[in-house]
Ligand binder design. Structure first.
Ligand SMILES: [Zn+2]
Ligand SMILES: [Zn+2]
Length: 489
């Protein structure tokens, strides 16, 4: 084999020398010498040098094109499917729905009541237990409550606590980036279910793997117990218990399995997914609009209070997600009741100051955006500085109506004939300091008048604004400048 490799390796060395002489752009794939290298020679090169991983060797452009095309192949898509997740979140509900329609399994009153109760119980185990207790540690629960959350949280088919928490922490840490497991910027469908159906890419899986090693997850006995017995718990709580309860108490095994088990499980999943998808697409952003999370008052009814994602992403360790009395956060109400009866030991919440700071900052940002769209005149800092003598010379020599207000020279020519107080007053102030008259000596002008005046400013009088820090720098610069004495008009 060595004999076969030798000439090839020698050939590659020659090629490598050729590549190093090319520009980086040519070496990226435009160069013929690169394209001429066969895949086998490159593979042989990496094989011959154990210090260079094969993944570091760049594939020729034709191979890259083939791989790109193959990504859209059915075979490639099928290979990317996570079959366990797909079975639980897609096939099982579809089969359940077909069976209930095909065999016309009726839903009895007792089964309906039990399905609603079981849906609320299992959903709260995820929103309260998986999410606010384990992912964010926003409260401290007793062992009994933690155990209930762990057992019945498994009935939703959303995965074990450990994996769910690691994925969710990755979502918070890397929101909207390619490391976010359900990155809303990829698409609505992807952030809803696509991320569960397809295997995560390397960046996402490495961020999740890193978070799976968190001490609080590894050292929690209930989390570890649930992780080891997850599949058994899932089958038991999502199918066997609902069927057994409905069958034993009112002889409806089929209805219990289909409606309280499979269909209820699908509703758990869809409402949970909605928090990751639609709540990052539709709604308001009163706390921060840098990322996609939004507050949605309607979706919060469906998601047991998880619809206020904009608040939650800013204050993830707060046990509340809806903070006002009119924001329906069922999980919060449940936590408060359990806190009162002693099943929850302590709860965490942020101060009103911290919350209001974010609201004010966001409002300010919106105001600034609106402000930036309007004409506020040339900023004071950008105006040229002229001396009083220069101003007087300009008044005499130019045809413009120039006057001074608060140390700033204004060209009021456009309003001289339309001034509401009469043109006489304006004409009388030309070439003078009209500050007193403008600021109340004659008439205290409105905001609108101040704004209009700002659009007419043309220069600053040297020395007038020495007390204004924003102008000190410019004046100091002019003092040091050899051309300062000549004025800056
Ligand atoms: Zn989110
Ligand atoms: Zn969260």
């Amino acid at each position: 084999m060595d004999q076969e490799l030798e000439p090839v390796v020698g050939n590659i060395n020659i090629k490598k020398r050729t590549i190093t002489k090319k520009t980086p752009n040519q070496a990226r794939g435009g160069s013929n010498s690169v394209n001429n290298l066969s895949f086998s020679t490159r593979y042989t090169n990496s094989f011959s040098n154990s210090t260079i991983p094969s993944s570091f060797i760049k594939r020729p452009a034709n191979i890259r094109r083939q791989i790109k095309r193959s990504r859209w192949n059915l075979v490639y898509l099928i290979r990317r499917i996570n079959w366990l997740h797909t079975t639980i979140i897609l096939f099982l509900p579809i089969v359940g729905s077909i069976v209930s329609l095909l065999f016309q399994v009726p839903i009895t009153e007792n089964t309906l009541r039990f399905t609603i109760f079981y849906y609320f119980l299992t959903s709260l185990c995820v929103t309260s237990g998986y999410h606010r207790l384990w992912a964010h540690r926003s409260f401290e629960a007793t062992k009994v409550l933690s155990l209930i959350y762990a057992v019945f949280g498994a009935a939703t088919g959303l995965g074990s606590i450990k994996k769910w928490v690691a994925r969710h922490r990755a979502h918070h840490r890397y929101t909207d980036t390619e490391r976010d497991p359900h990155n809303a910027r990829r698409s609505l469908i992807y952030s809803h279910m696509g991320w569960m159906i397809f295997k995560p890419n390397l960046k996402i899986s490495s961020s999740i793997t890193e978070l799976l090693k968190s001490d609080d997850l590894s050292n929690d006995a209930i989390i570890n117990w649930q992780e080891q017995n997850y599949i058994i718990l899932f089958v038991l709580t999502s199918m066997i218990i609902p069927a057994a309860v409905a069958g034993y108490f009112w002889n409806d095994y089929k209805g219990g399995l289909l409606y309280s088990g499979i269909i209820r499980c699908m509703l758990n999943q869809q409402t949970s997914f909605t928090g990751n998808s639609l709540c990052h697409y539709v709604g308001t952003q009163p706390y921060d609009d840098k990322k996609t999370p939004r507050n949605n008052w309607f979706l919060t009814f469906l998601t047991f209070g998880e619809g206020f994602q904009n608040f939650h992403h800013n204050f993830p360790n707060d046990y509340r997600i809806g903070i006002h009395w009119y924001e329906f956060d069922l999980t919060r109400f449940q936590i408060e009741i359990l806190y009162k009866i002693g099943l929850i030991k302590s709860i965490k919440k942020n101060t009103n100051d911290a919350i209001n700071q974010c609201i004010i900052q966001q409002n300010q940002k919106i105001l600034d955006r609106h402000r930036a769209k309007l004409n506020w005149g040339v900023p004071i800092k950008e105006l040229p500085i002229i001396s009083e003598n220069e101003f007087k010379r300009l008044v005499k020599t130019s045809s413009r109506a120039l006057l001074i207000i608060s140390g700033v020279v204004h060209d009021v020519t456009p309003i001289i004939n339309t001034h509401p107080g009469g043109s006489q007053l304006v004409r009388a102030s030309i070439g003078k300091d009209a500050t007193t008259a403008f600021e109340g000596g004659v008439y205290a002008h409105s905001n609108a008048a101040h704004n209009l005046l700002a659009t007419m400013r043309v220069a600053i009088i040297y020395g007038f604004h020495i007390q204004n820090p924003s102008n000190q720098l410019k004046i100091a610069t002019i003092r040091n400048s050899p051309s300062a004495t000549a004025g800056a008009a």
